[in-house]
Design a protein around this ligand. Structure first.
Ligand code: NI
Length: 426
């Protein structure tokens, strides 16, 4: 499919900054084939999108979530982190079928597409069902199986199953895979080292939760004499490209370690606040040169999969905690939600540039939240809520146009979710 977005306001990278301007964008063979200059072989019958009153941005990248948890929205609230995880979430997870994970992932993907997200980094229990959902939805995803264990055991059942299921998904170019050791408090030092060794051998990146809560850090300090980030370093996790979710309790020395080892950090402000875990030292991590990306975390702890809400939080909370209005500005938030995520995940997306994969979101400007959009970057971070997203293109294919989803039968998904919640007693 070839698409031309005619004369729209678009945010393009220029000399290290993200600059809004009027442009015509040509899309062909899944890529951005030209900006303002029609490519030689561009077909005459390309699909035309009128850019009047529209703002084009790179599709947002949700760098940490668990889409299978989408049916747990609003059923585990106002609980402490360990109570939330071990007494509420884990018992529900024990009763989930692979089919449940498929429908729940589709539910999460509907919410993400509708709010302009084109890629998500998913820690899963059911790789096979998620890859099936991604093939159908048209989204781009990086998927890992959450791994927990206590021994150096290369025959570990979950790991072997994950490696097999990853093979099945390899023929879809929108899918890539990582290994997902869950967290220091669910992976022994030996187990974590084993997973890191396998990741290094197979050339896979790692996706892990680190330093999410005070309790995690205190317990690890007591039992192992180190911080979660030191624990991961010692196990060899940082020998491969690592995306660390949360890092709320990262110390000054942890930040140095992560900067030196080029660890990308995903901050999840809504989840961290909702579980009472606090505020990640995002300004300090950014100042240390860490690639900071943005994620929603699962719907059980957020309770949304909407990156605009997350961008709003990221743009606001550090100004409050640091009593400094310059702290984490709109330009930094925009990068955290786009190009930083692409860089962390090794994807050629995250910016509107010729040659990059065509993952784009188009927002309406003729709605009250964007009127007037005097400064489009500010509008995205401080006034948009995601409902402005009108059209979404992923891999050069329109998955939503004029607010209508082209790839997912929404009513069917909602009906499956309702009956699933009845069965699970949610
Ligand atoms: Ni998480």
């Amino acid at each position: 499919m070839s698409i031309v977005i005619k004369d729209a306001l678009a945010i393009l990278p220029q000399k290290g900054a993200d600059v809004p301007g009027r442009h015509t964008i040509y899309i062909m063979d899944g890529k951005i084939a030209g900006i303002d200059e029609k490519p030689a072989a561009f077909p005459e019958d390309a699909h035309v999108i009128d850019g009047t009153n529209r703002l084009v941005i790179p599709g947002l990248i949700n760098a940490h979530t668990h889409t299978y948890m989408s049916m747990m929205r609003n059923c585990a609230d106002d609980l402490s982190f360990m109570d939330w995880l071990f007494n509420r979430v884990n018992p529900i997870e024990d009763n989930l079928t692979p089919e449940d994970a498929y429908w729940a992932s589709l539910l999460g993907q509907i919410e993400m597409i509708r709010s302009g997200t084109t890629t998500f980094n998913d820690m899963q229990m059911h790789i096979h069902q998620t890859t099936r959902a991604v093939r159908e939805s048209g989204m781009r995803a990086v998927i890992c199986r959450g791994l927990v264990g206590s021994d150096y055991d290369r025959d570990d059942v979950r790991l072997q199953q994950a490696l097999e299921e990853m093979e099945e998904g390899r023929e879809c170019s929108r899918l890539t895979f990582r290994l997902g050791p869950h967290a220091p408090y669910t992976c022994s030092p030996d187990y974590l080292r084993m997973v890191a060794d396998v990741a290094a051998e197979k050339g896979l990146g790692i996706h892990i939760h680190l330093a999410e809560s005070v309790a995690e850090c205190e317990n690890l300090r007591r039992d192992q004499g180190c911080t979660p980030i030191e624990y991961a370093l010692q196990a060899g996790v940082f020998n491969v490209p690592t995306i660390a979710a949360h890092c709320v309790q990262a110390t000054e020395s942890d930040i140095k370690i992560m900067a030196e080892h080029h660890v990308s950090v995903v901050t999840n402000p809504a989840s961290n606040m909702k579980l009472g875990n606090g505020f990640a030292p995002v300004p300090e991590m950014m100042a240390a040169g860490i690639n900071v990306c943005l994620g929603t975390d699962g719907a059980a702890s957020n309770n949304a999969q909407n990156m605009f809400r997350e961008m709003g939080f990221l743009a606001m909370i550090h100004k409050g905690t640091h009593a400094t209005p310059q702290c984490v500005g709109a330009a930094e938030v925009f990068r955290a939600a786009t190009i930083n995520g692409a860089n962390a995940l090794g994807l050629n997306t995250g910016a509107i540039e010729t040659g990059r994969l065509a993952d784009l979101a188009i927002l309406r400007l003729d709605v009250p939240s964007m009127m007037p959009a005097n400064n489009p970057l500010s509008a995205l971070c401080y006034s948009a809520n995601g409902s402005e997203v009108d059209t979404v293109i992923i891999d050069g294919r329109i998955v939503m146009e004029g607010g209508e989803l082209k790839t997912i039968d929404e009513e069917r998904v909602y009906s499956e979710i309702r009956s699933m919640c009845g069965r699970l007693g949610l």
